[in-house]
Design a protein around this ligand. Structure first.
Ligand SMILES: NC(=O)c1ccc[n+]([C@@H]2O[C@H](COP(=O)([O-])OP(=O)(O)OC[C@H]3O[C@@H](n4cnc5c(N)ncnc54)[C@H](O)[C@@H]3O)[C@@H](O)[C@H]2O)c1
Length: 266
């Protein structure tokens, strides 16, 4: 049976992952997309992380290659698109998964350097990537973009820089969707709730001096659906749908994948 992304050329930016005991969102998306028939360019700031993802895909019989690039640099974003064209021939699917936290705080305590770092990676980097990719998608007459946002875009109150960056990702998505619809380009965002990835669980454990078991139990308890965090595969299946032709009439959407946490926000 043909895969849901058979013949598609996909670029996953942030396709590596923070090392740890579970799988990260970008890695799960790259692996699932390859399983569904896409040829995948795995991009990450850290080459070994992208190469690990490629090794997983190739071990399963899929097609992928790795590229090191830092999306805070415009030249690197252009290189991503040039390499996609050179290696894959076209650019059907672009996944913008890169997102960082760390050192964040409410407005009155947040340090300027932390605000600048998080906004530069999470929001400006995503825009630079889109700026490079959109002309190619326009020229080829279409493409599907999925931007990874967070429920923090609409709630939280304790990590200002991350929240503002993800609110920006939502608006970046709808703006790009609006101005590119006539070129057949779709842009959607996924607002993830609590996902059991190393960046989230090990990151919080390290920052707060608690064990990953404690952090995991606390996060699980806050999720209405089954009392359990999601996994990166929940992110990947939502992205698969939005990236595929099954979603051909959907653009400018921000889809919550959060085990019901957003129902508490409204
Ligand atoms: N895990 C969660 O609970 C959760 C919740 C909501 C949203 N998200 C979002 O999901 C996305 C991925 O999260 P994850 O937990 O899988 O993280 P992760 O750290 O495992 O993966 C992100 C990857 O991006 C790469 N990266 C970082 N800066 C980069 C840069 N400047 N250029 C290129 N690559 C860069 C990292 O090396 C890493 O491999 C992020 O956008 C995050 O905000 C996660």
């Amino acid at each position: 049976m043909a895969g849901r992304l058979e013949g598609k050329a996909a670029v996953v930016v942030g396709a590596g992952q923070t090392p740890g005991e579970t799988i990260g969102n970008g890695r799960a998306m790259a692996v699932l997309f390859a399983r569904e028939g896409a040829r995948v360019l795995c991009v990450d700031r850290i080459a070994e992380r992208a190469e690990e993802t490629v090794a997983m895909i190739v071990a399963e019989g899929g097609t992928a290659s790795a590229l090191a690039a830092d999306i805070t640099k415009a030249a690197d974003c252009q290189m991503i698109v040039d390499e996609a064209k050179a290696r894959l021939g076209r650019l059907d699917i672009l996944i913008n998964n890169v997102g960082i936290g760390g050192g964040d705080a409410p407005a009155h305590r947040l340090e300027e350097a932390v605000f600048d770092r998080i906004l530069s990676v999470n929001l400006k980097g995503m825009w630079l990537t889109l700026k490079a990719a959109l002309p190619v998608m326009r020229e080829q007459g279409g493409g599907a973009i999925v931007n990874i946002s967070s429920l923090a875009a609409v709630g939280g109150g304790i990590q200002l820089a991350y929240e503002v960056s993800k609110a920006g990702v939502n608006r970046l998505t709808t703006s790009v969707a609006q101005s590119n619809a006539r070129y057949g380009i779709r842009a959607n965002a996924i607002m993830m709730g609590y996902i059991d990835t190393p960046m989230a669980v090990s990151g919080i454990a390290a920052a707060s001096g608690r064990s990953t078991t404690e952090v995991r139990a606390e996060r699980d308890a806050r999720v209405p659906l089954r009392g359990r965090m999601g996994t990166a595969w929940d992110t990947a299946y939502a992205a698969l749908f939005l990236a595929s032709d099954e979603a051909q009439f959907i653009t400018g959407e921000t889809l919550r994948v959060d085990g019901g946490m957003g129902t508490r926000i409204g």
